[in-house]
Ligand binder design. Structure first.
Ligand code: 13P
Ligand code: ZN
Length: 275
């Protein structure tokens, strides 16, 4: 089978384009990666090359040794993925130690995988373990409302989680574990990857102050839907704060406890503090 005919490739392209249409990917902003299933990689094996040079990942992900990923390219524009996936994305293979990668397909015009590859792979390693292998998608975007909130809310997991939960009744059902926040850091390296993957042990969402958001999920629908839900909630909060800084009424801690019972989710009490 051709890579471009594979279902996982079609899902990846659709998700990248959906993100572009949401306005989350100015220029080359954002990146996406998918941990390819064994049977999916075997189906396209005939198109993969195995002679590209090994390159350092910039960190080590030993539990991902030998895995294959579909990733966006560094400097590539999400708006171009649908037009030319073979130039804007790549399939990479990791070596057995999980310290090097090589390109097996894609980046036809040259280039390298996203500069956030260390964060993507460290997040994949953490989430694969935490989810018993279910999580396969890591997504980084630059959604404006979440970024705006990182200038006006304290950069604390408890505050962001609670404020986002209050903006839409279904939020605590969609991300019951909450969201984590990373203070401003230089992007693209190992340090921010370590900080983000530490949060991913607890959460499916990590917000990068003054930069954007990382989310993790089982498939393209769930992962895109999570980014969309968090950003929609942030948009409502930006509107509320713009109209008046103090809410006249909101969803209370007891309301959240009642919701948790009916929707069968566990909401950590650390987010249900008295204000
Ligand atoms: P890349 O073009 O290298 O993926 O970088 C975009 C980005 O959003 C960095 O945080
Ligand atoms: Zn970014």
């Amino acid at each position: 089978m051709k890579v471009l005919d594979a279902q996982f490739m079609k899902g990846f392209i659709r998700m990248a384009n959906d993100g572009w249409e949401q306005g989350w990917h100015e220029r080359n902003g954002g990146n996406l990666s998918y941990r390819i299933k064994k049977e999916e990689i075997e189906a396209v094996r005939g198109e993969l090359k195995a002679d590209a040079p090994w390159q350092p990942i910039g960190t080590s992900v030993p539990k991902l040794g030998g895995e294959y990923f579909l990733v966006t390219g560094s400097g590539k524009y999400f708006r171009n993925v649908i037009l030319d996936p073979e130039d804007t994305t790549a399939i990479i293979e990791l070596d057995a130690a999980g310290t090097q990668y090589r390109i097996c397909w894609g980046l036809a015009g040259g280039g390298r995988p996203t500069s956030e590859l260390p964060s993507h792979l460290m997040n994949h390693e953490v989430k694969m373990e935490a989810s018993g292998g279910k999580h396969r998608v890591i997504y980084h975007a630059h959604p404006a409302n979440v970024i705006a909130l990182t200038f006006v809310l304290p950069l604390k997991d408890e505050v962001f989680t609670r404020e986002l939960w209050e903006m839409a009744t279904e939020c605590p059902v969609v991300f019951p574990d909450g969201v984590g926040v990373v203070g401003w850091m230089v992007p693209g390296g190992r340090d921010i990857a370590v900080a983000t993957s530490a949060l991913m042990k607890k959460y499916d969402v990590a917000i990068w102050a003054h930069h954007g958001m990382f989310v993790s999920g089982e498939d393209f629908d769930l992962t895109f839907g999570l980014m969309h839900t968090v950003e929609k909630s942030a948009e409502i909060l930006v509107k509320v704060l713009s109209v008046r800084p103090d809410k006249l009424q909101t969803i209370t801690p007891q309301n959240f406890r009642d919701l948790a019972v009916d929707f069968k989710v566990t909401l950590p009490e650390k987010f249900l503090y008295e204000k």
